[in-house]
Write a protein that binds this ligand. Sequence first.
Ligand SMILES: [Zn+2]
Length: 114
Amino acid sequence: MIRHEQVVYAQAQQTAACNATHNIDERLVRWLLRARDLSRSDTLPFTQEFLAQTLGVRRTSVTVVARTLQEAGLFKYTRGRIQIVDPEGMQESACECYDTVCRHYDTLLGVGNN
Ligand SMILES: [Zn+2]
């Protein structure tokens, strides 16, 4: 339980730092990769409105960024559903916070999924 609390706290700190310093596209990719890891699925049921609220940005910003990332071939977006096409490319596009969060999990819980 204590280690789980440490992971949650570390993630909250990482997210706060990430929101303050990294671009929306990097944050969106990081968040989608983490959701993919936790759900163990390449298909994610998220609307752009939900993603905007999660990232703390306007929906129109998510629309623009998602279109760019989709054109880069990282994922396909249809209404309310994201199909991850290129997870390796996404890992290259995500900010370093993705690896940091994965390491927290590895170190504290021993359940790496990278
Ligand atoms: Zn970040």
